[in-house]
Design a protein. Structure first.
Length: 151
């Protein structure tokens, strides 16, 4: 099972449609749960990060393999990412991805992660990044099942 815990809600219809499409595609390979948490908005940075961390922790399971999405994280090619997911799922049937809010993730959440993952040194809108993450997870499953799509 793949769980995505994300701070912020999708408002744009075209992004909602893209997310629904990838959820449908992924249903062939795995169960997918997306948990959207309220963004604390533009309050004080430390307060916002702390409040969002408290919400995130409620949905974390210590038995899951936790992957935080961070600019400072490790970067993979799509093939390497597919292999990483394949090897993780040998030992952990559940993988949880965590996307923080506009100020990022608290150190307390980062410390609980098994893997700190970065897709780029660039900053992406959180709503768009959710689609990118789902696409890369889908691509990884296609690669791991030797199905065409990858190129």
């Amino acid at each position: 099972m793949i769980k995505i815990i994300t701070v912020g809600q999708i408002k744009e219809i075209y992004l909602k449609e893209a997310i629904e499409e990838y959820k449908k595609r992924l249903s062939k390979y795995t169960n997918l749960e997306i948990i959207e948490l309220k963004d604390e908005g533009l309050v004080e940075e430390e307060k916002s990060i702390k409040l969002e961390a408290e919400k995130i922790e409620k949905y974390m399971n210590e038995k899951d393999y936790i992957i935080t999405l961070e600019i400072e994280g490790k970067e993979y090619t799509s093939l390497e990412f597919a292999e990483k997911l394949r090897t993780i799922q040998i030992e952990y049937p559940n993988i949880t991805f965590i996307i923080g809010g506009s100020y990022g993730l608290s150190d307390s959440i980062k410390q609980k992660a098994n893997l700190h993952l970065s897709f780029s040194k660039m900053t992406f809108p959180h709503q768009l990044f959710r689609v990118i993450l789902l696409e890369q997870i889908y691509r990884a499953y296609k690669i791991n099942h030797n199905e065409s799509y990858h190129k």
